[in-house]
Each structure stands twice: as C-alpha cells, then as structure tokens.
Design a protein around this ligand. Structure first.
Ligand code: SF4
Length: 386
C-alpha cells in the first residue's frame, strides 16, 4: 500500500482520525502504541461494519485501551448538510468538509444494485468543458476520511451499518467531484477500505475508479489496487478531446489507452474490460463519423462503452444529444461488435445526474492552475473557453 502520514483531524488538533485508515495503517498505528495487530481488525469492524464512532461502544476492547484511544484518536465523518431524495429513488448528500466547502455524493438504486458515486476532491482543476464540477474551480483534495466517510454516511442512512442491516451500497464508482488520480494516496486508501473484508467487503469488480487520463498516476495504480477502471474518453480523436478534456494535450489518447491496457493486463483475473465513458453532446461529438472513429480507435482494446447523454447545467452552452442521434450512435457501435449501454439519467429533479455535481467550492482563484502544474510541468495547458 502507499504509505502516507496518518491524517489528523482539524477538529481536535493532534488526534488521529481512524475513519480514513486502511488496515495496514491501522495495524502500524496500534503497533506504534505497543498494542497487538488484531486490534486493527476489531476497530475496522466497529467503524465500518457497525457504524460506531464512540470508543465506549467497542465492547471487545479493554477499558484501558478504550481510554487510550479516546485520548489519541477520534472517528469523525464529514457533516451531512442536506439529504435530497429524488422521486426515482436516487439520493444525494450535500456534505460539508472542513474549510466550509460542500461536496456531493449520489446513491443510485437499480433493482438489487445500489451504486454510490463518490467525490475525491473539492472541485476539480482539470476544467473539462462539459462538467459542472470543473466550472467550480479547485479547492483541495479530500482526505481519506472524507472519501470513505461518504460511503459510511450513505450506508448509515440506509440502516446498513447495524447488525443484520440490509446491504444497500453494493457498488462504488469514483466518479463524483474531482479527478481521483490527482488525489492518489487518499483515493487508494479509501478504495482499499471499500473492498476490505473487515470494512465494507465490496467486490473488486464492483469498485470502479474513473479517470480523465492522468497517465503517470494510472501507470502506478496497479501496484496499489485491482479495482475496475473507467476512462472518461468523450471523443474519438485528439483534436476534439483536446477541447473537451484539456489534460489530453499533455497525455493524448494513444498514451492513455496504452496505460489503461497495461493496468488491465496486470490484474490477476483475466477478462476484465475497461469501461469507456462517452458523454454525448449535441452537434459536438455525436455524429455517425464520431461513432465509426471510436469503433476504429477501440477495435483492439478490451472495452465496454457507456454512452452518457449530456446533462445541461447553467454555466454551459452545450445541449443534450437528441434521442435519434443517441440511438444512431449506439447502433453503430453495437454493429461494430461493442457492448454499448446508455446511462439513464437519474436524479434529474435533485441535480444529481452525471456532470451536474457542483457543490460549493470556496476557491475559484489560480489554485487550480498551481495544483495542475504539479502534474503538467513542462507544458502548461491552454484552456478552451466556452
Ligand atoms: S469531468 Fe472529472 S476530471 Fe473533468 S473537470 Fe469534471 S470532475 Fe474534473
């Protein structure tokens, strides 16, 4: 696992927030206190399987150790500002993180399946032209506790974190606000908790990281996780993708697909496919020639394609794809032999649909550019104005 410092909460200075520690770090933490390793598994279960945030409720831990934990640690999830329930069963949480910004987390039920769309950053520095989050600018990375805290909050809201409670969160997609690979260590720690048997125990086939293409970090990902991978592609050629997803100017499509294929090829189980996300925007990337180019581009790549009709929002002039163009695009890809699904718009009445997550980001200054410069050193990206 990636090793970073254990995070301390700003609420009680100096205290370690155990919510965001994966088992390896929790083991190291207990050993540093002179305690046995198995305490980590016990505490993980209390926090993530039973939703306990009070050390006094951890009855299989001795009183003296509980007292020690109270002095040195805390279990603090971010604050739920508001919970919005859509008529279609979608639930959106507005979550206030330290510093006052608000991020969004969305739960989408579909039969037996319940998918939680989790945010990884406050805002985003990558400024994709069709994305409401990108328009908010960037404030900061979420901590591991703030990322896994979204799963904790959602599971708790459905009564999942009580003994025998129904499992409602069956899938997690790192597709909310932010670019997950730009917050690498915290995202990896959180995904580790999502999949760990002593925490949420979600199958590696049901946890998906979605990236717009931060290739150097994608090249490292396989050393830390074997979760599923989705690529936010949105265009079949570099010229168009440079406009829609500006990081493409630094890491063009061929480089990105190569890196994604290396990740998939390195997974222990075979037959895994990369999910290609393609947001269809009216008269931008929705023509039959785009579909044919996409088919050509992906012919040798193990993929399934997910088409996402663009969801309009205030700061964008883009329009939703017409039903005819959507059907035509899908038909071409299916005829070319690709598994191609269309993501149904959910939670429209609570602004929870894909690309609509905006939250409230406290910083729309030059911070995005400074942050991005850590990743894009030699050739600053020129952003395309709307
Ligand atoms: S699509 Fe993803 S990477 Fe692009 S601006 Fe939005 S959140 Fe950031």
């Amino acid at each position: 696992m990636a090793v970073s410092n254990v995070e301390t909460s700003g609420l009680e200075a100096g205290k370690v927030n155990l919510l965001g520690l994966p088992e390896s770090k929790l083991v190291a933490f207990f050993e540093s206190m002179g305690e046995k390793r198995f305490r980590a598994a016990q505490v993980l279960k209390w926090i993530h399987q039973l939703g306990v945030d009070d050390f006094d409720e951890m009855t299989n831990i001795s009183k003296p150790l509980r007292e020690k934990l109270k002095q040195r640690c805390e279990i603090v999830a971010p604050e739920v500002l508001e919970q919005l329930d859509s008529t279609d069963g979608t639930r959106k949480f507005l979550i206030r993180v330290s510093g006052g910004s608000v991020v969004e987390t969305v739960f989408i039920p579909e039969g037996e399946r319940g998918t939680l769309c989790v945010s990884s950053q406050v805002g985003c520095s990558l400024d994709c032209s069709f994305c409401a989050t990108g328009k908010q600018g960037f404030n900061r990375d979420l901590t591991a506790a703030e990322i896994i805290g979204q799963v904790w909050i959602a599971a708790k809201s459905f009564g999942q974190l009580v003994a025998g409670g129904p499992r409602r969160v069956t899938n997690v997609v790192m597709m909310g606000m932010g670019e997950p690979l730009m917050n690498f260590d915290n995202v990896v720690d959180s995904m580790n908790l999502m999949m760990h048997d002593n925490a949420y125990g979600i199958s590696k086939r049901r946890v998906t990281l979605s990236t717009s293409g931060v290739v150097p970090q994608l090249d490292r990902l396989g050393e830390y996780t074997d979760a599923c991978l989705a690529i936010s592609l949105h265009a079949p050629n570099d010229e168009l993708r440079n406009e829609l997803v500006p990081i493409n100017r630094k890491y063009p499509i061929a480089m990105l697909l190569d890196s994604a294929q290396r990740y998939i090829a390195g997974l222990p189980d075979t037959h895994r496919k990369i999910t290609i996300e393609y947001t269809l925007i009216d008269h931008v990337n929705d023509r039959p020639e785009h579909a044919r180019q996409l088919a050509e581009l992906l012919r040798e790549v193990p993929v399934k394609i997910n088409l996402i009709p663009f969801n309009p929002f205030n700061l964008s002039n883009y329009k939703r794809v017409s039903n005819n163009a959507l059907r035509r695009f899908q038909d071409i890809l299916i005829a070319e032999g690709f598994i191609t699904t269309v993501r149904t718009t959910r939670g429209d009445d609570i602004d929870a649909a894909c690309g609509q997550l905006a939250g409230t980001v406290n910083d729309i200054t030059k911070r995005s550019e400074r942050y991005r410069a850590n990743f894009v050193k030699d050739e600053p990206i020129t952003f395309v104005s709307q």
